[in-house]
Design a protein around this ligand. Structure first.
Ligand SMILES: [Zn+2]
Ligand SMILES: [Zn+2]
Length: 113
């Protein structure tokens, strides 16, 4: 398995600051809007731990939500301090890479290699 897929080389806002860009060690670049990242929050307050079902609904996330702070959690994850006051979500890099919805990533999820 290629570990570079889950290792970020650079993390930062896009040039227009509308989205967060992660450049991975394997050369791929993912872009996430703050809104989709906030909605994807994997913490126990947003996802039911027993069922894995998301309890946070899209209509619960305000459209202008943005990260006030982005912090590394060890070497494996990021955490966000959101403008709506939420900060308990830990986003492992593997999770973020899987969240990438670009055409390339949607295709490669089914190749099984
Ligand atoms: Zn959460
Ligand atoms: Zn992608």
């Amino acid at each position: 398995m290629n570990k570079d897929r889950f290792r970020p080389r650079h993390i930062g806002p896009t040039s227009d600051a509308a989205a967060l860009e992660i450049e991975w060690a394997d050369g791929h670049t993912s872009r996430f809007t703050p809104w989709e990242l906030r909605l994807a929050c994997p913490c126990a307050g947003c996802v039911d731990e027993m069922t894995g079902r998301r309890t946070l609904r899209p209509e619960d996330v305000e459209s202008g939500v943005h990260p006030l702070e982005i912090n590394y959690v060890g070497r494996y994850a990021l955490s966000f301090q959101w403008s709506d006051g939420h900060s308990t979500g830990i986003y492992p890099f593997e999770f973020l890479r899987r969240l990438c919805s670009c055409p390339e990533c949607s295709e490669s999820t089914s190749d099984g290699s």
